[in-house]
Design a protein around this ligand. Structure first.
Ligand SMILES: [Zn+2]
Length: 79
């Protein structure tokens, strides 16, 4: 196969384009995983609205800001 200079340039542009798409794709995947992980371990206090980290598998956690008790999965019901 014989490549002309323009074909060579075109190949580089296409490769760069695919690389950009792949890079963006993995960045989106990484950010989504990170957001899910943070949401899993953090809790928003239903009294003062402070977002704090809680231990895993804790049914009842205490807010460090107002000492209010937050029940896991109870935020939606409380409003
Ligand atoms: Zn609080």
């Amino acid at each position: 196969m014989i490549f002309t200079y323009s074909q060579f340039l075109l190949a580089i542009v296409i490769l760069a384009f695919f690389w950009m798409i792949l890079d963006w794709f993995f960045e989106v995947l990484r950010e989504r995983g990170e957001a899910r992980r943070v949401r899993k371990v953090s809790r928003e206090c239903h009294l003062c609205g402070k977002i704090y980290r809680e231990k895993k598998q804790v049914k009842l956690s205490r807010c460090p800001e107002c000492e209010g008790e937050n029940i896991r999965g109870g935020n939606r019901r409380l409003g």
